[in-house]
Design a protein around this ligand. Structure first.
Ligand code: FAD
Length: 382
């Protein structure tokens, strides 16, 4: 069957793009390599709890991010303010104890999604027909055809399929796209160079989450927020749900990917818990559970080049020439394609909206709305 559009990737950008195409009555399908949706958005429920904690993005800034503000409203995903009440701690390697800093937190404008960022993904997926989202479909090749485009996919059990459409919107991180998908005809060298030079935001990083029965740091007048030059966690925040427990702290490792790999999960966990004890006291040594997610080890997010984090926030966006690849049949979205908010959730939405606006209806596809796989006509009941 021929679609109006194939959307590569079922992260936030891909699902939002699919929703926008559905709203315009266009036919398409999301091809997602993993068994799960969400991409860098990942929820983790500790043993004995059904509350999902964010192993990927946690924060949005609705004050400056109109698309995320609008989408969370549209989908009924509630926002709550990051917990910042209490003092911030600062660890200096040259001082014996952490310094306590009272006053407003630099994170006072950050908001979180009730139920975790994964709620956004679930709410988007629920708006799309089941047939319009195919998981376990890793795109390995894209082909230009005289009348359109073709994507070849492979499943975990090596089953191959071909999908045909008028246009493609890729939402894969640009560097990953260049590293893992073959183009026929090949993209010009300058495009490949641009992709290879575009770091995937946060792909070099790893998060540590520790769960607790009580928020003992709050009881000590601390916000849970820490900036540390001792490590192994360089930034720590309260990651508890909007109300009640399990309570949680999360931190970003300061160690680079290769050092984390050498140490291994057990040593990283021991060192992280020892740091939390140093900062918050012995109660930190009795977590009810913990989890590490190292994004640099995840081949559907990071490439070997992402092992080193960029020095600052890269300048994202697409050069003009990339807006007309394959005569406009091959469009690029995903957060790293956004010039305004590249790297962030807002950027994933911005880039998807811009690319999907340029998808035109294919008369052959829209003429037969009863075939499965179209965005229109079907809605999940849940
Ligand atoms: C630890 C961490 C913390 C972060 N914190 C924040 C934050 O607080 N606030 C914020 O705004 N942003 C944050 N970010 C960034 C945010 O997660 C991203 O901007 C956003 O999720 C990108 O969405 P996307 O859909 O563009 O890309 P992705 O989520 O990467 O989606 C791409 C999709 O493509 C799929 N895919 C890959 N290869 C193939 C293939 N060959 N075929 C088919 N599918 C494929 C992937 O499985 C994935 O589902 C954070 C990221 C991380 C990792």
């Amino acid at each position: 069957m021929k679609y109006d559009c194939l959307i590569l990737g079922g992260g936030l950008s891909g699902l939002y793009g699919a929703l926008r195409l559905q709203q315009r009555g266009l036919r398409g399908v999301v091809l997602e390599a993993r068994e799960r949706l969400g991409g860098r958005i990942l929820g983790f429920a500790p043993a004995g709890s059904n509350i999902r904690f964010d192993l990927g993005p946690a924060w949005v800034w609705p004050e400056f991010q109109p698309l995320i503000a609008g989408l969370t409203r549209e989908l009924g995903v509630e926002l709550f303010a990051q917990q910042t009440t209490g003092a911030v701690l600062y660890e200096d390697p040259n001082l014996p104890a952490a310094q306590r800093i009272d006053g407003p937190s630099p994170n006072a404008h950050s908001w979180r999604m009730a139920g975790g960022a994964i709620r956004l993904i679930e709410a988007l997926a629920a708006r799309l027909p089941d047939e319009a989202i195919l998981t376990d479909r890793r795109v390995v090749e894209l082909h230009r055809r005289p009348d359109g485009v073709e994507a070849r996919t492979v499943t975990a059990d090596r089953r191959k399929e071909t999908f045909v459409a008028t246009q493609i919107v890729s939402t894969l991180p640009l560097r990953l796209l260049a590293d893992s998908v073959q183009f026929e005809p090949a993209l010009p060298a300058e495009h490949r160079r641009h992709f290879a030079a575009t770091p995937t935001w946060m792909a070099a990083h790893a998060k540590f989450l520790a769960f607790y029965a009580t928020p003992f740091w709050r009881e000590a007048g601390l916000s849970g927020e820490v900036f540390s030059r001792r490590g192994p966690l360089t930034e720590i925040y309260d990651a508890s749900p909007a109300q009640g427990g399990p309570y949680a702290l999360f931190g970003f490792f300061g160690l680079p990917a290769n050092a984390r790999r050498q140490l291994g999960r057990d040593a990283l966990t021991m060192r992280s818990l020892a740091q939390l004890q140093r900062l918050f006291g012995d109660a930190a040594l009795a977590p009810t559970g913990w989890e590490i997610k190292d994004w640099s080890d995840d081949p559907l997010t990071a490439t070997p080049a992402d092992a080193l984090a960029p020095a600052g926030h890269p300048a994202y966006g697409l050069p003009d020439a990339l807006r007309t690849a394959w005569d406009g049949r091959l469009l690029f979205a995903g957060s790293e394609a956004s010039a305004g908010h590249g790297g962030y959730l807002e950027g994933a939405l911005e880039a998807a909206a811009a690319a999907c606006e340029r998808v035109a209806p294919n008369p052959a596809a829209t003429g037969n709305a009863t075939q499965p796989g179209c965005f229109t006509n079907f809605h999940r009941s849940h």
